[in-house]
Write a protein that binds this ligand. Structure first.
Ligand code: SF4
Ligand code: MSK
Length: 664
C-alpha cells in the first residue's frame, strides 16, 4: 500500500480535497451536479489491478491477456514470456508512448518554424542570436546569410532529423564528450527520431525482443531521441520563433479568471496555437467586439503546459494545472476552452456542457466527443484564432451563475538555461561558474529538478513539501510542467520565498535576487535541464560528466507516459531520478533491480521510487551528498529535518499565500 490516498467523501457532490481554490469551486452551488476527476477517483470502488500496476499484465497478442507472477512457472505467459520480459516490454512501450508525444510536438514546431521562416505564418523569427548559435551547432556556415535564408536552412535540417535513418542526432553532440562515448559504446546513441519509436514498438511486438536488458537498452535509446532530439528541437525552435524566455512576473491559480472579461483558457501543449490566440486577443477589432457585449476584453489563461509556454514567454497567467482542468470549467466563468494535444481529460467535455462554455478541439490529431472542431494550422493561424475568439465573445452574454475563487499567486517564471547563465554570471561574463563555485564552496549543496504532472491519486502536494525541504537544505530547485504550477500556487516561485532557503542558498539568492525554485518551462523544456547540466560540466570543477554532478531529479506525482520518457533520458544521461508514488515495473524484481541498480552501473544514473516528501527528500539529499563526497566536497552539512509544525511555519511566511500548504 503506498501513501497515495483516496479522497474522503465530502458532503453530497463536494469532494473533500485539500486545495482551497479547488474546494471552493467544487463545493459552490454553481458546480452542483458537475462530476470531475476528483469525484471519479473517490467513487471508484476497485483498486488498480496489481498486474497492471506492476507491469506484468501482457496483452500483446490474442493468446492473452496474460497475468504473470515472477518465479511461478504456472503463471508465465501462454507464449512462455516471463515477468521480466513482460515488465520490460510494458515499460519500454510507456517510454515509446511518451517519447512519441514529444516527437510529434517537436515535428509540429519544426513545421511551423519552417513555414514562418518562409514568411507563410503570422509569426516571426524573434531571437536571431539564438538562430545563429543554433546554425553554428548544426554545422551550418551562417556567414553573410540573411535571417530568412538561415532560418530556412535550420528549419530544414531540424525537420530532417525526424526521418533520419543512420548516424547520430545532431544535438546529441552537445552532451559532454565522455557521455557521447558511453552512449556509442552501449549502442544507445539515437539515430533518428521516428526510427527509435518505431523500432521500440516493433521490438516489443509478440515474438521479437525477449531479453529484458536488450529491450531496456532500446528504451534508453528511444528516450534519448526524445530528450536530446525532439524535445530539444521543440524548445530551441520555439525560443527562436517566439522568444527565449527571460524572467517575467505573472499570476497562477483559478482566481486569474476575470469577472468582466471573456475568459478563454488554452489547454494542451503546443505553443503555436496559444501564440496566435495571444496575438489575436490584442487585435483592436476583437477588443471592440468584446466591448459590444459588455466585456472589457479577452482574458487568455493557460492550463497545463500550454499555460507554461505562454507564461514563460508572454507572462500570461495560468488558471490551472492538470488536476485543475475540469475545476477551472466548473467556475461557470469560462466562455471557451481551446485544446490541442496531450493531457486533456475527456471529462472537460461533459463539464463544459453544464455551462455556456464552448469547447474547441483544434488539432487534426485530437477530437473529443461533444467538442466543436476548428482545424488549426500555422498558415491560417490568425483567421482561426479570431474565429475562436469571436465564438467565445458570443458566449459572454450567456454566462450564468458563476463563481471565481479569490485565489491567485504572484510568480516569477522565465528561467531558460540562457537566463540562468546570465543571471548568475552577469551581463559581461554569462557563465555557470558562480553556480559551480557556490556548489564547490558548499553554499549550494546541489541541484534538484522536480518535474512532471500532478495526479488525483496522490492526495498530498508532494512537490511543494519536497521543494520546501530541499531549499531549506540548500538545494537549488528547478521545476517544469504541472509541478511548476503547483509551486506557483504555493508561493515558491516568488523571490520572497528565498526566506525559506537555508543560509547558504539564501545568501546566493539574495545576491542575484531570484526565487529558490526556478521555473524552466513546459514538459519539452526539460531539455533545458539537459543543457544546464552539460554547461555545469563544461564550466569545470564538478567532474567531467553529468553523472558526477550533485544533481538529482524526481517526479513525485507522475501521471503521463511522457514523464517516464523524461525520467529515462535523465537516467541515461547520468542522473539519479526518483519517481512516486509507484514505479511501473515492480511486478518484476529482476527488471526493477535492473532499473534501480544495474542502470546506475551502466549510465551512472539510475531510477528509484519514493512516497511522501520526506522519503523523496532523504533519498535525493543522500544522493547529492554521495556525489559531493565523490568529488571531495564532503564537508558534512547539517541536515534540517522537517516536521509538520516547521512546514506550517514556513508556509505562513509567504505573503499573500493563496493555497494552504499541502493543498493543490
Ligand atoms: Fe500472453 Fe505472450 Fe501473448 Fe503476451 S505475448 S499476451 S504473454 S501469450
Ligand atoms: S502537462 S505531462 S500533466 S506535467 Fe505537460 Fe502537466 Fe504532466 Fe501533462
Amino acid at each position: 500500500m503506498d501513501t497515495s490516498k483516496r479522497f474522503e467523501k465530502g458532503n453530497g457532490g463536494c469532494p473533500s480535497i485539500q486545495c482551497e481554490a479547488n474546494r471552493e469551486v467544487l463545493c459552490n452551488s454553481c458546480a452542483q451536479g458537475v462530476v470531475t476527476a476528483a469525484h471519479r477517483v473517490q467513487d471508484r470502488s476497485i483498486e488498480p489491478c496489481l498486474f497492471g500496476k506492476g507491469g506484468t499484465c501482457c496483452r500483446n497478442c490474442n493468446m492473452g491477456p496474460c497475468q504473470i507472477i515472477e518465479g511461478v512457472d504456472s503463471m508465465m505467459g501462454v507464449c512462455g514470456a516471463d515477468a521480466a520480459t513482460v515488465a520490460a516490454r510494458n515499460f519500454a512501450r510507456i517510454v515509446a508512448g511518451g517519447a512519441a508525444a514529444h516527437m510529434d510536438h517537436g515535428r509540429g514546431v519544426a513545421l511551423a518554424f519552417l513555414a514562418t521562416a518562409k514568411g507563410e505564418t503570422p509569426y516571426e523569427i524573434k531571437d536571431e542570436e539564438k538562430l545563429r548559435q543554433t546554425a553554428l551547432r548544426l554545422g551550418i556556415d551562417a556567414g553573410e546569410k540573411s535571417k530568412t535564408d538561415l532560418a530556412i536552412e535550420v528549419g530544414e535540417r531540424m525537420l530532417s532529423e525526424f526521418g533520419q535513418q543512420e548516424g547520430v542526432l545532431t544535438f546529441v553532440k552537445r552532451a559532454p564528450k565522455p557521455r557521447q562515448e558511453l552512449w556509442e559504446k552501449l549502442g544507445v546513441a539515437p539515430r533518428g527520431i521516428d526510427r527509435e519509436v518505431v523500432e521500440m514498438m516493433h521490438r516489443t511486438h509478440m515474438g521479437v525482443d525477449q531479453h529484458y536488458e536488450h529491450i531496456l537498452q532500446q528504451a534508453a535509446r528511444c528516450a534519448l531521441a526524445d530528450g536530446w532530439g525532439a524535445s530539444m528541437i521543440a524548445t530551441e525552435l520555439s525560443d527562436i520563433m517566439f522568444g527565449t524566455p527571460v524572467p517575467i512576473r505573472s499570476r497562477v491559480n483559478i482566481g486569474v479568471l476575470k469577472k468582466e472579461e471573456v475568459n478563454v483558457t488554452v489547454h494542451g501543449h503546443e505553443p503555436v496555437l496559444a501564440e496566435a490566440l495571444a496575438m489575436a486577443a490584442n487585435d483592436p477589432d476583437i477588443v471592440s467586439e468584446c466591448r459590444k457585449v459588455g466585456a472589457k476584453g479577452v482574458n487568455l489563461a493557460g492550463v497545463c503546459c500550454t499555460g507554461n509556454e505562454i507564461l514563460m514567454r508572454r507572462g500570461l497567467p495560468i488558471a490551472g494545472s492538470f488536476v485543475q482542468q475540469e475545476v477551472v470549467l466548473a467556475t461557470g466563468a469560462v466562455e471557451a476552452m481551446v485544446v490541442d494535444v496531450q493531457c486533456i481529460m475527456q471529462g472537460v467535455s461533459p463539464v463544459s456542457s453544464n455551462y455556456h462554455t464552448a469547447l474547441f478541439t483544434t488539432s487534426d490529431k485530437a477530437k473529443i466527443t461533444g467538442a466543436t472542431h476548428i482545424p488549426f494550422e500555422e498558415h491560417n493561424a490568425m483567421d482561426v484564432a479570431k474565429d475562436i475568439l469571436r465564438r467565445a465573445i458570443a458566449k459572454f452574454p450567456e454566462r450564468g451563475k458563476h463563481f471565481i475563487p479569490a485565489h491567485e499567486m504572484d510568480v516569477v517564471a522565465g528561467f531558460s538555461h540562457e537566463t540562468i547563465n546570465y543571471i548568475l554570471g552577469g551581463r559581461f561574463r554569462a557563465s555557470y561558474k558562480p553556480l559551480n563555485d557556490n556548489i564547490v564552496n558548499g553554499r549550494i549543496r546541489g541541484v534538484a529538478a522536480i518535474v512532471g504532472c500532478d495526479n488525483y491519486r496522490v492526495m498530498d502536494e508532494v512537490h511543494v513539501e519536497l521543494a520546501k525541504e530541499l531549499i531549506a537544505n540548500n538545494v537549488l530547485v528547478l521545476v517544469t510542467g504541472c509541478a511548476a504550477t503547483g509551486m506557483g500556487r504555493s508561493g515558491l516561485l516568488s523571490p520572497e520565498a528565498m526566506d525559506m532557503a537555508g543560509d547558504g542558498l539564501r545568501e546566493v539568492l539574495e545576491a542575484v535576487g531570484c526565487p529558490p525554485v526556478l521555473h524552466m518551462g513546459s514538459c519539452v523544456d526539460n531539455s533545458r535541464l539537459l543543457i544546464a547540466t552539460t554547461e555545469m560540466v563544461h564550466t569545470g570543477g564538478l567532474g567531467h560528466d553529468i553523472y558526477e554532478l550533485p544533481v538529482v531529479g524526481c517526479a513525485p506525482q507522475w501521471m503521463s507516459e511522457k514523464a517516464v520518457s523524461i525520467g529515462q533520458y535523465f537516467v541515461s544521461s547520468g542522473t539519479y531520478v526518483v519517481f512516486g508514488p509507484s514505479f511501473p515495473t515492480t511486478g518484476s524484481k529482476v527488471v526493477t533491480d535492473f532499473c534501480f541498480k544495474e542502470m546506475g552501473e551502466l549510465y551512472g544514473g539510475s531510477w528509484d521510487v519514493a512516497q511522501g516528501a520526506n522519503e523523496f527528500a532523504n533519498k535525493m539529499i543522500d544522493k547529492i551528498d554521495e556525489k559531493r563526497k565523490a568529488l571531495g566536497l564532503d564537508k558534512k552539512k547539517e541536515r534540517v529535518l522537517f516536521d509538520m509544525a516547521m512546514r506550517r511555519e514556513l508556509g505562513s511566511g509567504i505573503p499573500g499565500m493563496g493555497c494552504s500548504p499541502g493543498g493543490h
